[in-house]
Every structure is written in C-alpha cells, then in structure tokens.
Design a protein around this ligand. Sequence first.
Ligand code: FEO
Length: 393
Amino acid sequence: MKLADDLYYVGAHDPGLKFFDVIVPTERGTTYNAYLIRGEKTALIETVHDDFSDQLFDNIRRICPIEDIDYVICDHTEPDHSGSLGKLLDIAPDVTVYGSAPAIKNLKNILNRDFRSVIAKNGLVLDLGGYTLKFLSAPNLHWPDSVFTWCEELKTVFTCDFLGCHYCAETVDVDITDDKAYLEELERYYTYIFGPFPQAVQKGVSIIRELAPETVCTSHGPVLRAKVKSTADLYEAWADRMISGLDPHKISIFYVSAYGYTKAMAQALAEGASSAGTKADIYEITGTDKAVLAEAVRTSAAYMFGSPTLNRDALPPVWDVLGMVSPITDRNKPALMFGSFGWSGEACGNMADRARGIGLKVDEELVKICFAPTEDDLAQLREKGRSFASWIM
Ligand code: FEO
C-alpha cells in the first residue's frame, strides 16, 4: 500500500491476537508494521513477527522482488519486528542490516548466523539516492536497542514501538473514527510497554517535537498524520504523571489475613508509621480493585507486605501485588515483611526473597508472630512501624 511517493506499507495484520508478549491484552488485535522506501537503493524498515512472514513477503513482492532490497533497518529487535529477518536473509543474503550496537548484537543472538551489518550510530545518515535516512538514538523505547529513523525528504519518522498502539483497523493509513476505542488501546499499550520508562518517553517526545514530522510511521497500529501532536502530548502527559506521582512520604501496607491476626499486625505497623509522620495506607488485597493496588504500588515510597503462612508459603494474592512492583521504576524502595503463623512461618522469608529479587531494599528483620499478637506484640509492632518509617523520612 502506497503511503507517499516511493514509500509503501508492507506490514502484516494480526486481528485475532488476544495477548501480546503473554500479558498485554490486545482486544482489538495488532499490526506489525513494516515499510519500504525506494530511492536508487531500496530499504525495508522493520520486518514482522515470524508467523506473518508470508504476509510481509507477499506485500513486498507487489512492489519489487525481495532480492531488490539493499538495506533492512532494524529500529528495535524485539522479535515482533525482527522475526522474519532470518527468512528474508535466506532470500536476499546480501542485504545490509542497520541497527544500533545492541540491536546488531541482539540480532546475532536471535538469528545465530552471519549477516552484513552497519551500526546505526546516533546521527549517521544512509543515502538511498533521492532519500536519506538519519538514525537517532532513542534508548528504552522500548528496549535499550531502539533508534528512530528520520527521512527528511518525506518529513517522516519511523519510531517502531514509540507512539504505537495495538489496534488493528482494516488499513493502517486511516483517520481514526472510533476515538474512544483507539485511545483506550493507546493508553493500555503505553502503560504496558512504556510505563517503566517515563524519562525515556520524555526524551522521545522532545525528539519528535524537534523533527516536526508530517507523518509518524510506528510499527503497531495506525500511521500518524493528523494525530502526531495529540499522541505525543498524551505520551508526555502519561510520562509526567508517572514521574510526578510518587509521594516520598507514603508507605502502602498490603496484606491478607485468614483470622484477623495479620490484619491486627498491619494496623499496629500503620499506627507506628503514622506516628512517625508518614502516610501509611492499608490495603486488604482481596477486597481492593487491582487498579487501586497498582496505583498504590506506583505512588508509594515504601511498602509492607503481610501474609499468614499456608502450606509453607505466603498466600497467592500477595504474589499478585509483588508482581505489580516494577524492578525498574520501583527499584530500591524499602520493604518490610510481616505475618502471623501457626507452625513453620515461611511466608515472610519467601516474600522477602521475592522482594529482593525485584530490587526492593528489604528490611532484614522479618516481623513474624505466632497466632494472635499480644498487647506487648502490638506495642512492638508500633515501634517497628515507627523505625521503618525513618527509612523514608
Ligand atoms: Fe513491538 Fe517492543 O516490540
């Protein structure tokens, strides 16, 4: 499909996809966008998921033989974009692949074969004869390997994941008419893919503003024309919200309790932390909406996790909340484990192991009480809450 003189869309549609990367819901499917630019030389920008290689190759062959491709630009190596590169190299082994240094390294490990490559350093220009491609480093959008590719003559930037969206319309070159559905998918995509990288998103938006493109060719969802500014503004607003949302004096206390003993511990710890001047919010996990829990995780400076021990482990709802903690944006936040137990009491230790594994700074004193806390226990818990609060005061 022609997008502009000498610029073609050759990507693949996956309308039935239900989840991307195992966990990202894709209610409206997705597209794996790839583009062909034809100057005196021909460049393919991105490939597609391996399962859709045939769609890619059929689309390319409508424009030119695959053997005519001189360059493949790999802006980001996640296999939804690099997946069909191996098959393409089988057909056209002489193509030269352009990508950042980590991208070329990744591709060598993905393909396990030799191929011609050039490191697309920041600012490097590839002259296609009639069109130029300038590579702009854009790390963490969405992996450290990411670059944007700018074509000055077409006023078009290729951003791969950035500003993209899992949204499969009949064609990618369409003005979105169902804004509500598109925006829902755009925010969901942003949250899952870019939520951990707000600072990188801010840099990405500033690159886009500086380039002032007429067209943004992403690698998922619609090509942006009229929506370039509004989409960049939304990405920026979401990144700003993520960065500014942290309350440096807030501790969130997440717990489950079978008979009220761990709940009593949570309340005493909260009283102690509050008396030290922190905000200590208690969340009974099973009765709290997941979005509320995720927001508490995101905006808190420290955590406490409480669970009784059942069959030598913590209860599953606590693992769900620990799974909401980002090893990137929540790294090094202090965390304390507590819980009542009857026999062996492994819950606290297991929660601590998981918390350490995702980069939290764990209080090594595991707060465990056999069955019901006494008045003395509760007084000690208040003192523990107070001393833990000093970590963030
Ligand atoms: Fe669409 Fe990060 O790959």
